[in-house]
Ligand binder design. Structure first.
Ligand SMILES: Nc1ncnc2c1ncn2[C@@H]1O[C@H](COP(=O)(O)OP(=O)(O)OP(=O)(O)O)[C@@H](O)[C@H]1O
Ligand SMILES: Nc1nc2c(c(=O)[nH]1)N=C(CO)CN2
Length: 330
């Protein structure tokens, strides 16, 4: 989730709104045979359609790196659009233009697209030069990649985690995409406090969820604290037993150390096997930003090499990602 290339601070696959260049990449005169039209003869015989595209995106990262991975490859876009026009027939140019816009907007970097679909051989009974439907579509807000860590060592821990994931999935502006396996670990206590056994703490169950969010950072934290409170979380003792802990591990790779209320990434994430192990299992290529950070898989390997018993994957504990759209989390 937190993989990114160097360049301007990128939130949600695009530069922060204050600093967005809307450059244009234009692809004109894409000629493709298709079978779109209202008349049966058009479906049977097919005809040539011509597509013009104007993609709006910020090209500065590509200008700096000279690397095609930092922009949208127009050759790939041309092939995808060709497949749409040559593919399943529709009656109207309006629908075809929308389909073309959808495939272009599926590319992360595209902020908006203008699509013109020409049908120069349309079945019109009088002389004409061209018929064209032109649409402009904006990409929906994509959100910032987010990684949350969940932990529970009080009560029915598995049930608490399940209910917490369901509650997080219902938070407006937070879109969960994956849930890690559950891991079990001995409670890490604050130095100088009673050991976990003396404090009568049962082992923790921990998991990591990843997704995207359009929430402002403090609104995201507030949502996490609300979910904790909704699961009976009380703060009696630092690092003491808790029904539920929800930490913001990473938010778009942002490093923020000035505000104690929200430190990003979570300042202790890099040293916690119960965070980096499940995170690496749900996103093998993730990178933890900030001091002590690095590829999460490497952090997980070195922490588990140092203490092979640090965490145990509990494959028997099922932690499903609720299907919010289907009402599964309601
Ligand atoms: N990245 C973060 N995620 C969650 N809380 C954070 C973060 N950065 C700072 N905080 C602040 O930390 C406060 C205490 O959090 P909490 O009670 O969950 O700590 P803890 O679980 O005992 O310890 P730890 O933070 O080491 O997991 C929260 O109220 C919050 O304002
Ligand atoms: N094993 C384990 N130990 C902890 C945990 C946790 O989630 N798992 N959380 C803590 C404070 O957040 C302190 N200690």
């Amino acid at each position: 989730m937190a993989r990114r290339r160097d360049g301007p601070l990128v939130l949600g696959g695009r530069p922060m709104s204050a600093d967005v260049a809307r450059d244009r990449v234009e692809l004109r005169g894409l000629r493709v045979r298709g079978r779109h039209g209202v008349l049966a003869a058009e479906r049977e015989l097919g005809q040539v359609f011509v597509v013009d595209l104007v993609l709006e995106l910020d090209t500065r990262a590509a200008a700096a790196s000279d690397d095609v991975l930092d922009t949208v490859h127009y050759g790939e876009v041309a092939e995808e659009v060709t497949a749409v026009v040559a593919g399943e027939p529709v009656a109207l140019l309006e629908r075809l233009a929308q389909r073309v816009a959808d495939v272009v907007l599926a590319r992360e970097r595209v902020l908006a697209v203008e699509v013109a679909v020409h049908k120069p051989a349309a079945p019109i009974t009088v002389a004409f030069e061209d018929v064209v439907v032109r649409v402009r579509r904006e990409a929906p807000p994509r959100g910032t990649p987010v990684v949350l860590a969940l932990g529970s060592d009080l009560g029915d821990r598995a049930e608490v985690l399940r209910s917490a994931v369901a509650a997080l999935a219902r938070v407006p502006g937070l879109h969960l995409t994956r849930v890690s396996p559950v891991v079990e670990s001995a409670p890490v206590r604050l130095p100088g406090t009673a050991a976990a056994e003396e404090a009568d703490q049962q082992p923790f169950l921990n998991a990591v969820v990843v997704g995207t969010t359009t929430l402002a950072p403090h609104d995201l934290l507030a949502a996490c604290l609300r979910v904790e409170a909704g699961h009976g979380r009380v703060r009696l003792e630092r690092w003491g037993p808790r029904t539920l802990d929800v930490d913001v591990v990473d938010l778009g790779g942002t490093v923020a150390r000035d505000d104690e209320r929200l430190l990003l990434p979570h300042p202790r994430a890099h040293e916690r096997p119960f965070v980096v192990v499940p995170w690496s299992l749900v996103d093998a290529g993730a990178v933890l930003a900030g001091p002590g950070g690095g590829p999460v898989g490497d952090l997980a390997s070195s922490l588990t090499a140092a203490d092979p018993d640090a965490v145990r994957v509990r494959a028997d504990v099922d932690l499903p990602l609720p299907d919010v759209a289907a009402g599964g989390a309601a």
